[in-house]
Design a protein around this ligand. Structure first.
Ligand code: AMP
Ligand code: GLY
Length: 447
């Protein structure tokens, strides 16, 4: 019997997950709570209007709508314990418990965790006192990285290149309104890599590694400007290198994965629950191919997910089966799998954002995407949008992504840029006053 799935969240990541899952032959309908204009426009997806912090109403919805699985997109409900509540009602939900989500919920916790479980990461110090933090940075070689302890939607990390900048970062991040603790750590250079795992119902050592991707974190070209949630993503360039190099990297990352899963299960052994859900390991690979962990997320990345879902669709993988880990699929790591089967296309994702993001930006203007011809290889995933009388109206900083899958990098990148330029922006609901200055995108994705 076909069944229903609920996806929690409203961003591009959730649009992509819901879209990919709606293609599974086992699925009747995907509900998204609350969703966006993109999910509202999909034919097998329905938005539902429940406040995601109202967990009792969500539970009630799941029980009365034949929902066999709930998938949690963003980190906030995970850190707040949505999974614990669903478990109390014996409902199937895909995500880690509140206790496991500390890996993302606290930088202080995750740094201590990495030291305790021998996981390679940047050297660091933790501070709760501004004067001590300022005295520490005064003698440190720059650049240096300053991170707020709690969740900050990608905006709690400042890479500082001078003592003056570090002092103002400490003022901004270490105060009662922002964060009680900060972490100050060594700046790592190299190639960033997002390694995302499906830690599924089969338990430990059955995690499935999704293809590596590269995220573009800074707002402006060539790593300049402030950090954002992510301005684009591509299939990871390292996966194109020599097979032995990729295999060595795979083994090093696998070691980190195993230590992380065993460590977090060991730390939470009192709760008797194992890590379940997505695990995103943000890595830096240096010029000698050594890997260190930059951060953990207990969810998929945004915009990496948009990139991955289009790749999986074009490589004929069923994402829902991966979550349930159907015994007929024996995949462990798609980087290795794709290598062996020469199954490697390239996917390019570019974020269209409101001018000013990640700081102040305008909302409530209108988007016309009709000139973008979507297909199996060209797909728009919405983020900060709602439908307003059937028109797409912006509600957020990251508005949507254009995603293109092609045989090679050049083709994917060219087509993605060609398509994003076809999107029209209007100040007014009648869509008469065109104004492309309301938005921007990075020009260097995939280069
Ligand atoms: P985080 O939330 O800890 O991943 O930090 C967000 C982004 O800041 C990362 O994706 C990197 O681009 C950058 N970053 C964080 N930590 C470091 C570090 N130690 N060295 C260099 N860049 C970093
Ligand atoms: N794109 C980075 C993140 O989702 O944390």
């Amino acid at each position: 019997m076909k069944q229903n799935i609920l996806v929690i969240g409203q961003g591009g990541r959730e649009h992509a997950i819901a879209w990919k899952i709606s293609k599974s032959p086992k699925v009747q309908k995907v509900f998204v709570c609350p969703g966006n204009a993109g999910t509202a426009l999909e034919k097998d997806i329905e938005n539902i209007d429940i406040n995601i912090s109202d967990i009792n109403s969500l539970i009630n919805f799941v029980k009365t709508n034949n929902v066999i699985l709930t998938i949690v997109g963003p980190e906030v409900p995970l850190v707040e314990g949505i999974v614990n509540k669903f478990f109390e009602h014996n409902l199937k939900i895909f995500g880690p418990t509140k206790e496991h989500s500390l890996l993302e919920g606290s930088k202080v916790f995750s740094k201590e965790f990495m030291i305790n479980y021998d996981i390679p990461t940047a050297e660091y110090q933790m501070f709760s006192n501004q004067d001590q933090a300022k005295a520490y940075v005064a003698n440190k070689k720059h650049p240096i990285v300053i991170k707020a302890d709690g969740l900050a939607a990608g905006k709690g990390v400042i890479v500082s290149s001078s003592v003056e900048e570090s002092i103002s970062a400490i003022d901004k991040l270490l105060n009662p309104d922002y964060s009680e603790f900060i972490v100050i750590e060594e700046f790592l250079s190299g190639q960033e890599l997002s390694a995302i795992y499906i830690c599924n119902y089969k338990g430990c050592s059955f995690e499935i590694g999704l293809p590596w991707t590269k995220d573009y974190k800074s707002r402006d070209e060539y790593n300049s400007g402030p950090n954002t949630g992510g301005m684009g993503a591509v299939s990871h360039p390292l996966s194109y290198e020599h097979k032995n190099e990729v295999y060595k990297l795979y083994l090093d990352i696998e070691k980190i994965l195993v230590k992380t899963i065993n460590g977090i299960n060991d730390y939470n052994k009192k709760t008797n629950v194992k890590y379940l859900g997505f695990l995103y390991i943000g890595l830096m690979v240096d010029s000698t191919n050594k890997v260190k962990v930059l951060e953990y997320n207990c969810r998929m990345g945004d915009p990496e997910t948009q990139n991955l879902m289009l790749s999986l669709e074009n490589q004929n993988f069923d994402f829902l089966e991966m979550i349930f880990n159907d015994p007929t699929i024996k995949i462990q790591d798609l980087n290795i799998e794709n290598f062996n089967h020469n199954n490697r296309g390239y996917c390019c994702t570019i974020v269209l954002a409101a001018k000013g993001y990640p700081e102040e930006y305008k909302k409530g203007f209108y988007i016309d995407t009709n000139n973008v011809e979507e297909s199996k290889t060209v797909k728009l995933f919405h983020a900060g949008t709602v439908l307003d009388d059937n028109r797409i109206c912006t509600t957020g900083g990251r508005i949507l992504t254009i995603n293109v899958y092609a045989e090679n990098q050049k083709e994917a990148v060219n087509l993605a840029y060609k398509n994003i330029k076809k999107i029209k922006i209007f100040e007014d609901k009648d869509m008469k006053i065109e104004n492309n200055n309301l938005v921007f995108f990075r020009e260097d994705i995939g280069n």
